[in-house]
Design a binder for this molecule. Sequence first.
Ligand code: FAD
Ligand code: 2HG
Ligand code: ZN
Length: 447
Amino acid sequence: MTDSLVAALRAVVGDAQVLTDADVLVTYENDWLNKYHGTARCVVRPGTVEETAAVVRACADAGAAIVPQGGNTGLVGGSVPRGGEVVLSTKRLTRLDPVDLSAMQVTVGAGVTIEALQRHARAAGVDFAVDWGARATATVGGAVSTNAGGSRVVRFGTMRAQVVGVQAVLADGSIVEQMHGLPKETAGPYLPAMFVGSEGTLGVVTAVRLKVVPWYRHTAAALVACESVADAVAMLPTLRSLSSLDAVELLMPEAVKVACDHLGIGTPLPVDFAGAFVMVDCAANDDPSQDLARLIGDRRGVMAIGPQRDQLYRIRDHITIAIGAKGTPVKLDVAVPVQRLAELLDEVHDLIAGIDGGELIVFGHLAEGNVHVNVLGAIDCAAEVTEFVLSTAIALGGTISAEHGIGIAKAHWLGRLKGDPTVAALRAVKHALDPQGIFNPGVLFPE
Ligand code: FAD
Ligand code: 2HG
Ligand code: ZN
């Protein structure tokens, strides 16, 4: 029997861009962690904003739910179908406008990958600021929708700080856009901000206007051994005094080891005697290595310049992959005020020490007090571990999601984090824009 919605979508985007073969759908139906799965009614890949609007209208007319999907690298289950939704893939929305060097801005399609955007910016002599390990696959639309962070937030902020314009399709198929990128305008609430962190629940982001930043060609990194997490935190004021400071990552010894073992290489420093490692990266118009070396002083550490720096980033970027290769972790992304980070990690450590076969691997973004708590061998007690880590983060004045989003993984936690009045306000916005609830049901707000 022909699905009439599939036929309507084919009329909009052409037969080749509506996928229904089970073999082809499978990559869109399973998430990067291979943890969240569902069946899609079909996958549709519009190539323009007008086609996206017509696709959304057809789905709304049929009462069909839509899951927007970019690179499908999300880690909280928001990018894959749960049961029979239409997956709207943004992969063909790959517009790359020339970089506007006088405004230091660029307009790009939602389906452009972070790596392609960085390459495009560098070809114009500038750079795109937000960067993380999944850059080759993650898209601009996904990054806006999750308010992605990564390693350079200490210098440039998260995606929220880069977005100066958004074009999006709403649930009724209308196109809203504010793309002029004017740094100054006071004309009502700022529409682009609404889509940052909305995780596909308010509409489909089709294009974004973004800031670009200077491309610093001189770089120097270092891996520094610290006695403890508290000792790592104590380095922050000094590190922040470096004008070239580009990244400050916290790598617990077990995180360095798991990545190096996976890559089949030795660790850059012995891991047995360190309580924590700090990976510092500096970037400037002049060589920052002397400043960085002076700052490390007589601490135990290695400087990493050129290929050694690339190797340090290779290790850093492989931690998630290496953990995934060992098993399915309980994966949590929390942040607390950085002065309370050691307290959080002590408590988490004590909890995991009591789990038979539990292996704790912690790493993250030190300057933001953002740690990724990964626990292998704990799937059977995932609920207890999650409850403990998230409630401890909240009790310490922190958050249950610093950069990965809420997705379906933590939807039932939103109220505990934000409180009822805030959730009611957010739901009211959702209902006003999407009264039928066609966009990403179950994501952000529990059904
Ligand atoms: P998807 O996974 O496809 O979607 C994510 C969410 O956004 C879903 O809810 C989806 O419905 C919605 N969405 C996607 N595109 C659109 C659109 N155009 N319009 C509306 N909604 C949309 N994240 C970090 O912040 N920092 C890190 O350091 C980091 N490191 C990672 C490392 C690895 C190895 C992996 C696999 C992931 C990592 N992530 C990190 C998580 C992930 O890459 C980000 O969340 C990213 O922003 C997701 O982009 P995506 O294009 O893959 O989106
Ligand atoms: C990172 O910082 C990512 O590398 C992934 O945010 C975190 O795997 C994780 O827990
Ligand atoms: Zn991260």
